[in-house]
Design a protein around this ligand. Structure first.
Ligand SMILES: *[C@@H]1O[C@H](CO)[C@@H](O)[C@H](O)[C@H]1NC(C)=O
Ligand SMILES: *[C@@H]1O[C@H](CO)[C@@H](O)[C@H](O)[C@H]1NC(C)=O
Length: 409
């Protein structure tokens, strides 16, 4: 039961009775807040991203709101907390009651912890399979930054459906598309994004401060946020200078539906760069064995995807996962120790025309296209149009592909 619905139960409880001191109520709120924190985090409402995000990162607000609306006479249903349903009990010394609550909360938390650590995946599947959540097929987050409006516009003008069509895509195909960006230390930049969001409504704001050194943090926050907002089978990240064919991507992913632990992309294992002042320098090179070694296989950063249970794993363990200097290496490192299927597919890293055209003629349409040498499409603001013209999928692919099923239980 979430805090909110419990609040409703409380409201419906009898309002007669004696007045209780607000201090006591707030303490109750606080302890119950701690007690229910897990559940609150894992059953967000789906409708309003922003509000949802706020609530997720702002427990205190909720707790305080609940406190305000608390009725005078409290019945703790369903908790481990004792009934305090009449005046006799309320005259008990406050200290004693609080001490009692505190003890019970401690016990309950310890039990919850034990359950979590013995059955992490079992527990997580319970969260994400909750019947009340709307099901989606995939969430595609487009990593962007404050100065990249032109890139966003070029994506809006090519492969990302707009307005009503994007909404239909969410409802009918279970495909969520958002530009993903954190916050800025400069208020002006934040305001500009808010204006743009008012116009297009296609942003997902992360609790993350954008900055050169926090790339891996963004990846982690991205997966933790999307998995708690949308119950999807796959969570994808692409950069904002990549061309994507959504229908083709959907068809490829449908081949992995039902597999809980898939990690998809173009797998590489570049050299671990020990020397300073080079691009992609690895300050923790000593962790990877002898100098000159290569990394474990990991999906290249322009495009990658993971299935639901892996995103849930990142969500639950976000405080434990180490951030390496390179964000794609970080993701690979979080997954290398798990029972994960690494899926390498060339259609996730096609070259710009004529490469992708050639691939299409050979019968394998590309899902993601970019230039390796620019790590995205070179001059993507303008050249993405050309890529779209030559290598864009037939529009029907997206709307007619009934290969994947979602939302059916
Ligand atoms: C009030 O509390 C006392 C002690 O817990 C209990 O014996 C009694 O039945 C309660 N009365 C009502 C009306 O709930
Ligand atoms: C997001 O894109 C920027 C370039 O705009 C890139 O430098 C950064 O590594 C990307 N971050 C993630 C988390 O993919």
């Amino acid at each position: 039961m979430s805090l909110k619905s419990r609040g409703a139960t409380l409201e419906s409880a009898s309002r007669s009775g004696m007045t209780r001191s607000c201090t006591f109520l707030c303490l109750c709120c606080f302890f119950s807040g701690m007690f229910f924190t897990n559940r609150m985090w894992t059953t967000p409402s789906l409708e309003d991203n922003k509000r949802n995000q706020d609530s997720k990162f702002n427990h205190e607000n909720i707790i305080h709101k609940d406190c305000d609306s608390m009725p005078r006479k409290v019945v703790w249903l369903n908790g481990g907390l004792e009934e305090a349903s009449n005046s006799t009990e309320l005259t008990e010394p406050l200290d004693q009651t609080i001490a009692d609550l505190e003890r019970k909360v401690t016990v309950a938390r310890a039990q919850q912890k034990a359950v979590d650590s013995s059955f992490p995946l079992l527990d997580s599947s319970k969260i994400v399979n909750s019947k009340s959540r709307h099901k989606y097929f995939m969430v595609v987050g487009i990593n962007t930054s404050f100065g990249n409006k032109k890139r966003r516009d070029s994506i809006r003008a090519t492969w990302m459906p707009q307005g009503e069509i994007r909404k239909r895509l969410e409802m009918e195909k279970g495909i969520i598309l958002r530009f993903v960006i954190g916050h800025s230390a400069i208020p002006d930049s934040d305001n500009a994004i808010e204006e743009e969001d008012k116009m297009y409504g296609d942003f997902l704001r992360l609790e993350h401060i954008e900055g050169y050194h926090e790339l891996s943090g963004k990846t982690k926050t991205y997966f933790a946020t999307v998995v708690s907002l949308w119950d999807a089978e796959f969570y994808i990240k692409v950069d904002d200078d990549i061309h994507v064919n959504l229908g083709t991507l959907g068809i490829i992913l449908s081949g992995y539906q039902g597999k809980p632990l898939v990690y998809l992309g173009c797998m590489k294992s570049g050299p671990v760069l020990a020397q300073k002042d080079v691009k992609y320098h690895e300050p923790e090179y000593w962790k990877f064995g002898e100098v000159g070694n290569k990394y474990f296989r990991h999906a290249t950063g322009q495009f990658y995807g993971i299935s639901k249970d892996l995103a849930t794993y990142i969500f639950k363990n976000q405080n434990l996962l180490h951030k390496y200097a390179n964000e794609d290496v970080s993701l690979g490192s979080w997954l290398i120790g798990l029972d994960v299927e690494h899926v390498h597919d060339k259609r996730f890293c096609c070259g710009t025309p004529p490469d992708c055209e050639f691939m299409a003629k050979e019968g394998s349409t590309c899902a993601a296209t970019f230039d390796w040498r620019c790590s995205g499409i070179c001059n993507s603001n303008t050249r993405i149009m050309e890529v779209h013209e030559h290598c864009g999928e037939d529009e029907k692919t997206l709307w007619s592909s009934s290969l994947y099923k979602f939302g059916e239980d």
